[in-house]
Design a protein around this ligand. Structure first.
Ligand code: COA
Length: 156
């Protein structure tokens, strides 16, 4: 006797980010980034819009039907280097992590930036974020300069 086949999970599709994804992306970022500490303190609607509104935008979403499974935000330019692409924000929703979704998003973002003329793509990874470092290394990024934030608490 054959056992009934388990219902198939719909595939996760990648699509360019649209304005309709803004609220879900903002909420997912608030869920996965600790916005009380650097470098996540700048997470906001305007941080998303800066990349999405950019002329050479490289923002993608991963969708499980209507559900946002992940996103990546990138655009051309990093500090004064207009020839560098910047992949600044990436997230997979906790229930979708470990399925290769972020890797697909990194590849899509880098492909868009390369097509826009990027001579390199840069991203910064917080030193304790081993998941993000592994993700970037497995997608061809190599560690370069490290910057440490020194903080002097104001004496009371
Ligand atoms: C970092 C993050 C985006 C990875 O998403 P993901 O969809 O689970 O990643 P993937 O499944 O595509 O994994 C990609 C690679 O990273 C590795 N990786 C992912 N999570 C890992 C972890 N917790 N520890 C070690 N390696 C990890 C995978 O093993 C995989 O390596 P491989 O290609 O050699 O097999 C996800 O953990 C996340 O959203 N974290 C919170 C937000 C964040 O910190 N974003 C980065 C700063 S903007």
């Amino acid at each position: 006797m054959s056992t009934p086949a388990a219902p198939e999970r719909p595939a996760i599709d990648l699509a360019p980010m649209a304005a309709t994804h803004l609220a879900d992306a903002l909420a997912l970022g608030r869920q996965v980034y600790d916005t009380s500490v650097k470098p996540y303190t700048s997470w906001s609607l305007s941080a998303i819009a800066r990349h999405l509104d950019s002329e050479a935008s490289a923002c993608w979403v991963a969708l499980d039907g209507d559900r946002l499974a992940g996103f990546v935000l990138g655009s051309m330019g990093f500090d004064k280097r207009s020839d560098w692409g910047n992949l600044e924000w990436i997230a997979s929703a906790p229930e979708y992590q470990g399925q290769g979704i972020a890797s697909r998003l990194v590849k899509a973002c880098c492909a868009t930036l390369t097509e826009a003329g990027a001579s390199a793509v840069v991203t910064d990874v917080e030193s304790r974020n081993t998941a993000s470092a592994a993700l970037m290394r497995s997608n061809g990024f190599e560690a370069s300069v490290s910057v440490t934030l020194f903080v002097r608490e104001t004496p009371r």
